[in-house]
Design a protein around this ligand. Structure first.
Ligand code: ADE
Length: 244
C-alpha cells in the first residue's frame, strides 16, 4: 500500500477521479480514500495545510493503513529565479524554515533528532517517472490550460525545499529565505513535516512539488488559479509513470 498525500482537495481531485474500488475511512477530520490507482493499491488523503496537519495525517497513514511508502504531491512557490510556474521540483533535502530553537539548538535543527534537514532516499524512481511525464505532458495538460500560465517547456529539478507554516508572498521574504537557506529553491507548507515523520518511522518518502507561483506579490492569485486547475493533472501524469 502506498500513501499519497496532498494538502488540498483540489490537488488530489484528478487522482480521486481515477481511483477504482474506493472505500473511505473517516479519522481525525480527514477522509482516507483506499482503492486502486493505475492498478496499485493506494490510500489517498488531503491533509489540509501546514506542518501539524500533514504530520498528523502522515502518522495516521503509517499506523492505521500500513503504508510502505509515502508520496506527497502538491504545489510550491519558487524562490529561485530559474524556476517557472509549471516546473516540477522533486525534494532532495527538506528544511523547516520556521524552526529555530536557538540557543538550545542551531537554527533549523530539529530538537532531539539533531538534524537540520531530512534527505529523501528513494527519489530516483520518482525523478525517472517525472522525466517520462514531461515527455507525455500534453496528454495530461491541455494547451489552453498551460497557456494561462505561460508554460512552454516545464523542467524537472531535484532540489532542496523549505517548508514552514507561512504562505510566502513577498520579495522581502524570499530574500530572507535565500540568505538563510541558500540551497532551497521552493517553499511550501508540509514537505519537511512529512519527511520528519517518515524518517522517524523509517518509511521511504518522496516530495513532488509543482511550481504554482513565484512567492511574490502575485503569488496568491497564481497559486489559487494553478491549484484549482492543472495541479492535480500533473500529479496524475507523474504517478501514472511511477506506477507503470
Ligand atoms: N505553496 C504554493 N505556493 C506557496 C507559497 N508561495 N508559500 C508557501 N506555500 C506555497
Amino acid at each position: 500500500m502506498i500513501g499519497i498525500i496532498s494538502a488540498m482537495q483540489e490537488e488530489i481531485q484528478a487522482l480521486l477521479n481515477e481511483l477504482k474500488n474506493v472505500t473511505t475511512t473517516e479519522k481525525g477530520m480527514r477522509t482516507y480514500y483506499s482503492g486502486k490507482l493505475f492498478n496499485k493499491k493506494v490510500v489517498l488523503v488531503f491533509s489540509r495545510w501546514g506542518k501539524v496537519a500533514s504530520a498528523a495525517t502522515t502518522t495516521q497513514l503509517i499506523n492505521d493503513f500500513n503504508v510502505e511508502e509515502i508520496i506527497f504531491t502538491g504545489v510550491a512557490g519558487a524562490i529561485n529565479k530559474d524556476l517557472n510556474i509549471g516546473d516540477v521540483v522533486i525534494g532532495k533535502n527538506l528544511f523547516q524554515h520556521d524552526l529555530n530553537a536557538s540557543p538550545f539548538y542551531k537554527k533549523f535543527e530539529i530538537p532531539i533528532l539533531k538534524k537540520e534537514f531530512l534527505e529523501t532516499k528513494n527519489s530516483q524512481k520518482i525523478i525517472n517517472s517525472t522525466n517520462l511525464f514531461i515527455d507525455s505532458y500534453n496528454k495530461y495538460i491541455k494547451d489552453s490550460e498551460a497557456a494561462v500560465f505561460n508554460i512552454t517547456a516545464p523542467k524537472i529539478v531535484f532540489g532542496d525545499i523549505a517548508s514552514g507554516d507561512q504562505f510566502i508572498s513577498s520579495i522581502k521574504k524570499i530574500k530572507k529565505l535565500n540568505k538563510a537557506l541558500p540551497t532551497a529553491i521552493c517553499v511550501e507548507m508540509e514537505g519537511a513535516a512529512v519527511a520528519q515523520i517518515c524518517y522517524e518511522y523509517n518509511i521511504p518518502f518522496s516530495i513532488i512539488r509543482i511550481i504554482s507561483d513565484k512567492a511574490n506579490d502575485n503569488a496568491t492569485i497564481d497559486f489559487s488559479r494553478f491549484a484549482n486547475t492543472i495541479a492535480s493533472n500533473y500529479a496524475l501524469g507523474i504517478l501514472k509513470n511511477y506506477f507503470a
